[in-house]
Design a binder for this molecule. Structure first.
Ligand code: SF4
Length: 76
């Protein structure tokens, strides 16, 4: 799990492991943030608090995931 600030709001970035199929598109978009466990074939986001400059790449990863498995949820 990771967090990022976008337009002054904090968001949590996470992967739904019930949907992820390990296609690794997310790694192509954000290689320093997503990693795929080779045994489980599941992606996870890490990096704690991400640099806000990664906001566009985060949105791309969310939009390009073929399983719609990447969650970007605003934190209260
Ligand atoms: S792009 Fe989506 S389905 Fe593919 S590994 Fe990443 S989170 Fe999983």
């Amino acid at each position: 799990m990771a967090e990022i600030e976008i337009n002054g709001e904090r968001y949590r970035l996470d992967v739904d492991h019930d949907l992820c199929m390990g296609t690794r598109v997310c790694i192509a978009r954000l290689p320093g943030v997503f990693t795929v466990d080779d045994d489980a074939n599941l992606s996870s986001a890490s990096g704690d608090v991400l640099d806000p400059s990664l906001a566009d790449a985060v949105r791309e990863a969310v939009g390009d995931c073929p399983q719609e498995a990447i969650r970007l949820e605003r934190l209260a």
